[in-house]
Design a protein around this ligand. Structure first.
Ligand SMILES: [Zn+2]
Ligand SMILES: [Zn+2]
Length: 145
């Protein structure tokens, strides 16, 4: 089932080919600053999203491997997009809160070693530390032979 999403003011809208079933949480310093707390996001392949109205979408290059897009009219954090070369290039990590429907289950927590002590997410799911995450990224970005 396709689903739609938008920023808070409605100037930026998009459609996902499938309603996401899983989401990840990230506690890294960049995600916390960008989202205002923990970032909850759903992974979407580049060809599985259609931006319907995107005039206000502004992208900020937040690292050598990705950019973060927000609505310049209302400030909503919309998505992180992987820009580094490799098989995952172009993958979107859409802020779960922008989705109009669906209730994705929490699948994993990234940068669990950087999580502030003041809160915890419930349920059984994968926990990945910062060093483990960077090792995974390095592996994923290796050219396929
Ligand atoms: Zn907006
Ligand atoms: Zn993060």
């Amino acid at each position: 089932m396709p689903t739609t999403g938008s920023c808070l003011c409605g100037a930026a809208t998009f459609t996902l080919a499938e309603t996401p079933k899983h989401m990840g949480a990230c506690h890294c310093g960049q995600c916390r600053k960008w989202s205002g707390g923990v970032l909850l996001s759903v992974e979407v392949a580049p060809d599985a999203i259609t931006i319907s109205t995107g005039e206000t979408i502004t992208a900020f290059k937040s690292s050598d491997w990705g950019e973060r897009a927000f609505c310049s009219a209302c400030g909503s954090s919309l998505y992180f997009r992987l820009t580094a070369p490799g098989p995952m290039q172009g993958t979107y990590y859409i802020s779960a809160g922008t989705l109009d429907a669906g209730d994705p289950a929490l699948h994993e927590e990234l940068f669990i070693d950087e999580k502030p002590a003041g809160y915890a997410l419930q349920g059984q799911h994968k926990m990945i530390t910062g060093p483990e995450f960077f090792a995974m990224i390095e592996e994923a970005m290796k050219p396929q032979s």
